[in-house]
Design a protein around this ligand. Sequence first.
Ligand code: ARG
Length: 334
Amino acid sequence: MRALRANALYEGVYPLSAALSRPLIATLLVETAHTYGADAVAHGCTGKGNDQVRIEVAARALDPSIATLAPLRDSPLSRPDAMIFAEQHGVPVSSTVAKPYSIDANLWGRSIEAGVLENPWAAPPEDAYAWTAQSDAQPALAEHLVIDFDEGVPSFEGQWGAQLVATLNHLAGQHGVGRIDLVEDRVIGVKSREVYECPGSIALITAHKALERLVLTRDELRFKATVDQKYGELIYDGLWPSPLRTAFDAFNGSLAPRMTGKVRLKLHHGAAVCDGSRSPFGLYDESLATYGAGDSFKHDAAAGFIELWGLPLELEARVTRRPARPRSSTPVLA
Ligand code: ARG
């Protein structure tokens, strides 16, 4: 919910499904450690990824005295060796030699990396995808959904929360919505190529942004765009526990009372787009916007507005863009 209020996307496209889950996993790890009186927690992240950063930063923020064990960082294994190790020790893993992908999934999205995807020129094979239909399997006709927002909380046909996201994963996934192919910048400095399927989260963020465009003022939207970008970076970079994130939540929460309304989403051929929005708090005034009959806009006020709006640039132009004078051979010093 907080990530949705922030339209949280990393590098403009990735809804942070894996990143958002790590602080929660860390919280449960630390709670479990406390239950059993343990002084350390462990994770299976490699030393090259973002997840080690997210889990350890979050665990330390919860309990600075807790130690972390990271066996795969201490003794790195290649993916093929890790698969052999898992088989020898009876650990069930979904990766196979034919599909050696590293997959992470939760309600907010599914991420796929490694294997052939490590070559950024290689197109993702269809077998990497599980939640989104490929183009020839998508319905020929578009589908429309009306998402209801009540003070920022979305619902669709009476479903909300986890159930809503699961339903949207299914409905939007059928239309191939939410496929993301991203060469992204990891926290530890390397670029990696990751493919995501995020039909439900992309549909919800698209609808949420559309409602914001209807109800928020121009300045709120402009300011929020920078807050949203920073919010996504904080989550990606493992800084969920930071007070800056909490402050952003307070800002986004202050807008929520006006975030009531309906957004109609059109799902078709891989895209979810808003094709209609309405709200009791909408700032759109048809009589001001219309070019037809019933126009109430004060046309005669525009000329005076432009005169004053452009005044600073006119002043600057008068000083710096004087008409060219013939050059004299002796420089004139002030
Ligand atoms: N690159 C993504 C992130 O850092 C996803 C990582 C999840 N791991 C995976 N094996 N696909 O948030």
